[in-house]
Design a protein around this ligand. Sequence first.
Ligand SMILES: [Zn+2]
Length: 177
Amino acid sequence: MGRPIFASDTLDLIASRLTIIAMNAKHRFLVDAMLGRLCRWLRVLGWDAEYVEGSLSEELLARVESENRILLTRRQGVENNQLIFVESEVLEEQLRQLEVQFKVLSHASPFTRCIECNAGLERVDKPEIKDSVPFFTYQTQTEFYRCPECKKVFWPGSHHKTMLKKVEGLKETSPSP
Ligand SMILES: [Zn+2]
């Protein structure tokens, strides 16, 4: 039988490297349709990142203000003090920029947000999700989370571990502000 990927020693290691801070004290983002991958990554890192399609309309800018969000875009020529122009087309560079500006890597809270719909995940007891995950996963994993919106079940498996490794690598190569 395989060893759980997220055994407590691994978790301790990650916790010591990532500063986990309270979710309600964090930046909230609105992400332009041109930055779909970045949006998903922000969710993986636990950030509230709403994805928006269409143009940067006045309606959208009003939402940015009323929800106190930071608008991430690659569109030029829009003036707004809550708008951040994302300089690179490359995901890694985009994350580095946001690490410098908002500490999105250093202050991440992985496994707290649904990658699909951005809702906050809820920890669920193992028996509750028995019929929702593959048998092998059920047998080998101990921690499960469910999205209250789309009901998708998440667990800190090998895919997440790979992503966290990538985050650690990016953090080490990010310039200091
Ligand atoms: Zn969801």
